[in-house]
Structures are given as structure tokens and as C-alpha cells.
Design a protein around this ligand. Structure first.
Ligand code: SAM
Length: 198
């Protein structure tokens, strides 16, 4: 399994604002491109891939949407709208979701009423978790362990205080070089390195 977490610091939890969050200060297109590149290859859809989209901008509590190819996720195509439709649907069909509740919305789509810290804490209990950082350990010298989880931020830096505490619990950092890339470009390179490693 390859798991990607994309934390959208300005990502709205209001379904009616999802599509208008593209190209503005929320930059939800970053999330859409990350989803597209996590799941699609030219002639198919990858198996064994999960994407967690953490939406931080909320009036009550953050939402975490889990997209999972092995649970029957389907997308209408390799384009922004298809990815944003998944987010919109998860939010629209989960109105009234309680804090910490998890609901299955459709095959391969789940939504939970919690955010980044709880998600990472849970995953660290059973999986190797890597924070993507240009200053981290070079992926070519530190190959990720089996079943990795990769954490990416959107256009905004990951707040240090939300990851520092996880280092004691095994959070590692990994680098794809010194150039600062988009999260979606990191996903392509991570797949590339792991595909090549077999
Ligand atoms: C567009 S960047 C974020 C830019 C933001 N202004 C910052 O300073 O972090 C999106 C995310 O992709 C990951 N990333 C970008 N370039 C990387 C690299 N060369 N190696 C590892 N991760 C990278 C990091 O997780 C980064 O937070």
C-alpha cells in the first residue's frame, strides 16, 4: 500500500465552496492534482493507493477524506473536476457528521470528523510515516520501508509544531532534492522511485 496525506491548510469543509476554491488563495487545485497523480497512470488506475485529504478550514472541526483504490474508488477522468467532485460529494453527503465520526460515502470514499494530528497518530501506530521535506533524507540513499505513508502540505508550509511531536513516535523525513516542488509533482516522483525499486 502507498498512502499519501495532503494537508490543505485553507481547504474548505463547505461543499458549495469546493469548486470556487480553485485558483484563489485556497489553491484547492493543488489537492486535485495530487489526487489525479496518485491514482492514474496512462492506461489505468493504480491499485494499493490511498489518499487522505485533510481539510483544515472549518467553522467547527477539520474533515479528513480517505480515497482508496482498493475499495472501488472510481473517477470520471484525469482532470481537476473529477477529483474535486470526490471532495464535493464527500462533504455534501456527510452533512451533520459529528466530531470523530467516520462515514462511508461511496465505494472508496470515507470521511471522518477529525484532522491531521489524529490521522497521523493513528497511522504511526502501524505504518512507517515520512514527512516530505527538501531538507529530509535523500530518497535515493534512504529507501522507504514497505507500506509507506507520505505527508505533503499544499501551497503553505507545514506548521513545525504540528509535526515536531511526531518525531519521537517515529516520524521520518524524506527528500526528493533541494528544489521546492508542488505536492502533485512529489507524488509522481515517489511513485517513480518506488515503481523502479520494484
Ligand atoms: C509547494 S510545497 C510547499 C511550499 C511551502 N511554501 C513551504 O515552504 O513548505 C508542497 C509540499 O511538497 C513537499 N515538497 C516539495 N518539494 C519537495 C522536495 N524537493 N522534497 C521533498 N518534499 C518536497 C513538501 O511537503 C512541501 O510542503
Amino acid at each position: 500500500m502507498r498512502t499519501f496525506i495532503i494537508r490543505a491548510r485553507k481547504g474548505t469543509t463547505r461543499w458549495e465552496r469546493v469548486k470556487s476554491s480553485v485558483g484563489g488563495r485556497e489553491h484547492l487545485e493543488v489537492v486535485a492534482h495530487t489526487i489525479m497523480n496518485a491514482f492514474f497512470v496512462s492506461n489505468g488506475f493504480r491499485e494499493d493507493v490511498e489518499v487522505y485529504v485533510v481539510l483544515d478550514s472549518s467553522e467547527d472541526f477539520p474533515r479528513t477524506i480517505k480515497l482508496s483504490s482498493n475499495d472501488g474508488l472510481s473517477m470520471t477522468g484525469f482532470h481537476e473536476d473529477a477529483a474535486l467532485d470526490l471532495i464535493e460529494k464527500a462533504l455534501k453527503d456527510s452533512q451533520g457528521l459529528q466530531k470523530d465520526e467516520t462515514r462511508t460515502i461511496a465505494p472508496g470514499i470515507q470521511i471522518s470528523g477529525f484532522g491531521f494530528e489524529k490521522l497521523v497518530r493513528q497511522l504511526l501506530e502501524s505504518r512507517p510515516v515520512y514527512l516530505l521535506l527538501p531538507k529530509g533524507d535523500d530518497i535515493r540513499t534512504k529507501t522507504p520501508e514497505l507500506d509507506p505513508v507520505f505527508i505533503l502540505s499544499d501551497h503553505l508550509a507545514m506548521p513545525k509544531n504540528s509535526v515536531n511531536g511526531f518525531k519521537r513516535h517515529g516520524l521520518k523525513s524524506i527528500s526528493l532534492g533541494k528544489k521546492m516542488l508542488f505536492a502533485s509533482q512529489c507524488v509522481v516522483l515517489l511513485h517513480y522511485e518506488m515503481d523502479r525499486a520494484g
